[in-house]
Design a protein around this ligand. Structure first.
Ligand code: KG4
Ligand code: ZN
Length: 392
């Protein structure tokens, strides 16, 4: 089965084409095309993602990326054809709010043959709604245009699948984890512990009550004067500090470990961020060295809380597998410490390769593949982007 995956939930426009094959119990994935445009440079000047600018950039880049992806996958063939007035007008209606994208798509559609794709998986949510709509409406439009089944997909389920993609040469094998599984999902918008008693059955057993981990990283970075997105920057500084001062250096700054002793599996990171702010306010001169020390203490605090809650979740539900996912799973210290924890408590540990940790469309194509049953091409029914789409 050939699946097109489309992801536009935040500041990455991503399109992939995969070919999946069943080999007995095994699912093998060949990546035929994989294109991603990061909007970091656009948002960096404002210190965060502006939803309406993200939307505009997704709409501008969608067709060029799609075309590039088709070419890469060798699914691009020129063929001149007439589109009926009815088709043209329906596409304009579907892409009513992305008017220029409609024009570009109609322009493209009259010059290429119908791509040999079996299904289109697209992120429906959660994420920034204006951004999500672009991907979803584009997916609806090409689903209708070429009569290809459409699979609305949950971004967080995508992050879980990212952890289950094992690289074999240039392809991937999808791991079937031993159940129950606990997934720790940490991204810019989410911090969740998810229990699965069987494949694709999800129960959120803990989540943040305020800021997500990635959000806290980004805000702390801003407080100490680092550019957006701050997560990787904080991580770099913290690493530098560990190398320079050693693992047992005396602590100069003490940040709280919020909710580490609470009985539930919830998190809170907004107080931790505020603590950094108050700490920094009291320092007359914020030197590079002090920034490093604070970055390290902040990262240590996050790692301790994440580890402690994950340990409780695994023990409470007798989990056999731990999956780490979401953009913050690119963080070296978090990967290392959670791998260590998994070893200690005797669960199998899976984490995406760094490039698949942050938002991408491969994970959406794979999640779509597992959600495909007998989806139909889009035909005008109501299908909305949902910024708060739940996992279930
Ligand atoms: O999953 P993701 O790409 O987008 C959302 O779905 O939110 O996650 C993005 C988040 C950002 O907050 C970014 O700062 C953070 O992941 N992030 C990191 C690292 N790489 C990305 N945080 C800490 N350390 C990193 N190395
Ligand atoms: Zn994400």
């Amino acid at each position: 089965m050939i699946i097109l995956g489309i992801e536009t939930s935040c500041d990455e426009t991503a399109i992939s084409i995969i070919n999946s094959e069943k080999n007995g119990e095994k699912t093998l994935i060949k990546v035929l095309g994989n294109q991603l445009f990061s909007q970091i440079a656009i948002h960096a000047q404002y210190g965060g993602v502006f939803p309406m600018m993200a939307k505009r950039s997704h709409a501008e880049n969608m067709i060029p990326l799609f075309l590039e992806c088709l070419k890469e996958a060798k699914l691009f063939y020129e063929e001149e054809k007439e589109l009926s007035e009815e088709k043209k007008s329906t596409i304009k209606t579907i892409l009513e709010r992305e008017f220029e994208l409609a024009e570009k798509l109609l322009d493209l559609a009259k010059d290429i043959s119908t791509p040999k794709i079996d299904a289109i998986a697209v992120t429906q949510g959660p994420g920034l709604e204006p951004a999500l709509w672009v991907g979803l409406n584009f997916a609806k439009a090409i689903s209708y245009l070429w009569n290809i089944p459409l699979i609305p997909t949950n971004h967080m389920e995508g992050h879980i699948f990212a952890g289950l993609m094992k690289k074999v040469n240039n392809d991937y094998e999808i791991i079937t984890p031993e159940m129950p599984t606990i997934a720790l999902l940490i991204s810019g918008g989410h911090t969740q512990l998810v229990l699965s008693k069987s494949l694709q059955e999800y129960e959120v057993i803990g989540e943040t009550r305020d800021d997500a981990v990635g959000e806290a990283f980004d805000k702390v970075a801003r407080i100490i004067g680092l550019p957006y997105p701050g997560g990787p920057q904080i991580s770099k500084l913290a690493d530098k500090e560990r190398t320079e001062s050693g693992l047992n250096a005396e602590k100069k700054w003490n940040l709280p470990r919020p909710m580490i002793h609470s009985k539930d599996l919830d998190f809170s990171f907004s107080g931790l961020k505020t603590s950094v702010l108050y700490t920094v306010k009291k320092i007359p001169e914020l030197t590079e060295k002090i920034k490093q020390e604070i970055a390290r203490e902040f990262e240590d605090a996050v790692v301790e809380v994440l580890s402690s809650k994950t340990r409780s979740a695994v023990e409470q539900f007798g989990a056999k597998t731990l999956v780490l996912g979401g953009g913050v799973s690119a963080n070296k210290e978090i990967r290392t410490k959670l791998a260590k924890l998994a070893e200690e408590i005797n669960v199998t540990f899976f984490v995406p390769e760094i490039s698949a940790s942050t938002d991408n469309s491969l994970m959406i194509a794979v999640a779509g593949l597992f959600n495909y049953s007998n989806q139909k091409p889009y035909f005008g029914e109501i299908l909305k982007a949902d910024g708060n789409l739940k996992l279930n």
